[in-house]
Write a protein that binds this ligand. Structure first.
Ligand code: RNT
Ligand code: ZN
Length: 419
């Protein structure tokens, strides 16, 4: 039997199994179709960007590995991202960092960036049916140091305030151009290796800097603020901690970004969703995979990710949660890394969308807790994979492991030929 009819038959059987527990697989697929992932451009080139391709990465984040074939310039980043999206079902977004601007070989410092530096990105994205998101960039710059927006030195602080304000203007231009709000993430690495004499001092400065940055209202962009537990070399204190940004976001109606690598390893990110939805406008996710620390391993289909996606579906919050990816692995094929992580995230949502929520809720209302647990347990071995395969097939992307050979081919024909 050919693969096509295998996929079809397995899907038909799965649809019946799910119908028996009250789940409509077509409805689940329709919802999955509408989930646009915000792909992080920085997996393509190990967070290098085009400002200073020979510069080193700073700001408490690290990329390990030197697998051959990394994208060396804008054309290669674009080509690799398009290659990756050709293996990911659905239509998606691309999240750019400021250091990926089209600077035309000129030195454009961070406090000089303008929408024009992203004009070619906007046109390219439109041509390829991608929407853009954006990030200000505090790291890998001579003025990065350990403190940027929270720096007591006004010269350095104002430089970063100006940068961040300009990034919001870039985001506004992107949002207007694509007729869909551009989500701008603000993450700064500010912190210190040892406990400072005063923790509140730097948080006070950061709060005031943010107030100034956000004082310009925009219509076509949305701000989000990303907290972190610690950075390498900045282990004892992070100015922009979770408490800090959750407080700021709740008070000022800003979106808080949850990076799944930015918490204590036993902390449940899934459990935060329902609370945040009650007090902040929307949620931005940075789906990542921490191993022992914020290591940014390639996302795989694990329990944490499943819990997180189930929680979003149970809250019926797909319209308020933006799903971005954030990991960088330089030890394997980088395009493959995009595809594995994106498809893992979609598979998690696929399973979440196939949950018989009405039945589970009914058991709970009737206090039938054995029944609820039993059904939750049985769901784990329901044929969700057949629905996922069919979803890929319908979206004209490789089914199952078929993308492995295709990525190998691109590696041999394109990326391995790069110097
Ligand atoms: C760092 C944050 C941040 C970065 C990107 C490159 O710990 O997760 O989101 O990964 O901005
Ligand atoms: Zn992140």
């Amino acid at each position: 039997m050919n693969k096509e009819s295998l996929v079809q038959q397995a899907f038909d059987l799965a649809a019946e199994r799910y119908a028996a527990i009250g789940v409509d697989v077509n409805q689940a697929m329709d919802k999955l179709q509408k989930i646009s992932l915000s792909l992080h451009c920085w997996q393509a080139d190990d967070v290098t960007g085009f400002e200073n391709p020979d510069g080193s990465l700073s700001g408490g984040i690290q990329v390990t590995g030197n697998y051959p074939g990394k994208a060396r310039n804008m054309e290669e980043v674009r080509a690799d991202i398009l290659k990756a999206t050709s293996f990911i079902p659905g239509s998606h977004r691309l999240s750019l960092h400021e250091i990926y601007g089209d600077f035309g070989g000129k030195k454009v410092d961070r406090d000089e960036v303008e929408p024009i530096h992203f004009q070619s990105w906007m046109e390219w994205a439109k041509e390829h049916n991608l929407k853009l998101d954006f990030n200000s960039t505090s790291f890998s710059h001579p003025k990065s140091g350990n403190l940027t927006l929270a720096n007591p030195d006004p010269a350095i602080r104002n430089f970063w305030i100006e940068h961040t304000k300009r990034c919001r203007a870039v985001s506004e231009a992107m949002g207007a151009y694509q007729n869909d709000p551009c989500i701008m993430n603000l993450w700064i690495h500010d912190g210190s290796k040892e406990v400072p004499a005063s923790r509140i001092k730097y948080r006070q400065i950061l709060k005031e800097a943010l107030d100034e940055i956000f004082s310009t209202p925009y219509e076509n962009m949305k701000d989000c603020i990303e907290a972190k537990l610690f950075g390498i070399g900045l282990e004892s204190y992070t100015v922009g901690s979770y408490d800090f940004y959750l407080g700021y976001g709740a008070k000022n109606n800003k979106i808080v970004t949850l990076d799944t690598g930015h918490f204590h390893l036993t902390e449940s990110i899934a459990d935060k969703i329902s609370s945040m939805l009650l007090f902040t406008p929307e949620i931005m996710l940075h789906v990542s995979r921490p191993i022992r620390w914020d290591s940014d391993h390639v996302v795989i289909l694990g329990d944490d990710l499943l819990d997180l996606s189930r929680e979003i579906i149970r809250c019926d919050a797909l319209d308020r949660v933006h799903v971005g990816l954030d990991y960088f692995d330089a030890t394997i094929n980088r395009i493959g890394a995009y595809v594995i992580g994106s498809r893992a995230t979609q598979k998690a949502f696929m399973q979440a969308l196939l949950e018989p929520s009405a039945q589970l809720a009914e058991y709970e209302e009737k206090d039938q807790l054995f029944q609820r647990l039993a059904l939750q347990e049985e769901l784990k071995s329901m044929p969700w994979q057949a629905v996922w395969d069919y979803f890929c097939y319908k979206n004209n992307v490789p089914v199952g492991e078929d993308y492995i050979a295709e990525i190998q081919k691109y590696e041999n024909e394109v990326t391995f030929k790069r110097g």
